[in-house]
Design a protein around this ligand. Structure first.
Ligand code: SAM
Length: 288
């Protein structure tokens, strides 16, 4: 990739035809829809990325992005510019409460061998670390030595790099309970804090495009947490993604989606959790 440099001349604006081509390519490669309302956000993101690469022609960048596997590293950066990477610790508390109840339930099982969780679309990692902290708390409280781990995936490599580091400003750390800050965060002198390595080593960060879930070998997940990701996709993609996710659940496993992110969807292998504050499903113990 060429060295980033900035040009003083403004980029010309994208023609309607170019915009349609880009829209179709983005949807094909990463599933993201760019409607008229997001057009200027999209143009700014693409324009900034082109400037970083020293490219000033939309057609040239488009051709670069159309190359098959060779363009994948660049897609993982462009997506970063085209999504709002907003997230926080315990972002939707009722959903995490639902996970905590399920972990407690699992820990009652005498034959429990391990606990596996997956944060899909983890952005800078707060969701994945929240799952890790609550699991660690409950496993410790149970007094049992149960192996457990969290897989955290995202398409964006820059986001995964930030997540792996686990360094957050104090303002971001304020959204977690004080007892978690005490137990799991190491404060740095510069006003930031890093998730302690003893917890970080429980997480595995991997790059996964949710459009490619069929090729992903993950199985037997006890909890899959997928919030604020499906909002970018058309209905048929959402359905395919969620159908793939439930195949990755262990029998009885829990899928948590964002409230209102998946309306009128049903699947014979899952049943809705009876909790109006969350959108959660349990995989049936035996296939029907
Ligand atoms: C708004 S963040 C959600 C973060 C977190 N799940 C939460 O709810 O706070 C959306 C994330 O989805 C990721 N994303 C977008 N398209 C994706 C795709 N095709 N495959 C995997 N991740 C994708 C983005 O990179 C971004 O990190």
């Amino acid at each position: 990739m060429s060295k980033a440099h900035w040009k003083a001349t403004p980029l010309r604006s994208m023609s309607e035809e170019e915009f349609s081509l880009w829209k179709a390519l983005i949807e094909e490669r990463v599933g993201m829809t760019v409607d008229a309302a997001r057009r200027s956000f999209f143009m700014t993101g693409v324009g900034l990325r082109m400037r970083e690469l020293g490219i000033d022609d939309f057609g040239q960048y488009y051709e670069l992005m159309r190359r098959g596997a060779a363009s994948e590293p660049e897609w993982s950066v462009l997506v970063d510019r085209l999504t709002v990477q907003e997230t926080s610790f315990l972002r939707h508390e009722p959903s995490f409460d639902c996970v905590a109840r399920y972990i407690k339930e699992l820990l009652q099982k005498p034959d429990l061998a391990q606990i596996q969780l997956w944060s899909v679309g983890c952005a800078s990692g707060e969701e994945a670390y929240s799952l890790a902290m609550l699991t660690d708390e409950w496993v410790q409280a149970s007094g049992r030595r149960i192996p457990w781990g969290v897989t955290a995936s995202d398409i964006s490599r820059p986001a995964l790099a930030r997540a792996r580091q686990g360094v957050y400003t104090l303002r971001r750390l304020q959204s977690m309970p004080e007892r978690w800050r005490q137990s799991y965060v190491e404060l740095h002198g510069d006003g930031s804090g890093q998730i302690k390595s003893s917890l970080r080593e429980r997480l595995c960060f991997v790059q996964i495009n949710v459009l490619d879930l069929k090729a992903v070998p993950l199985q037997g997940m006890d909890v899959i947490f997928c919030q604020n990701l499906l909002i970018y996709f058309r209905r048929f993609h959402k359905r395919d993604i969620v159908n793939q996710l439930i195949q990755r659940l262990a029998p009885g496993g829990l899928l948590i989606l964002g409230v209102n992110e998946m309306l009128d969807w049903r699947h014979k292998d899952v049943e809705r959790v009876d909790d109006r504050g969350v959108l959660a499903y349990r995989r049936r113990a035996l296939p029907t």
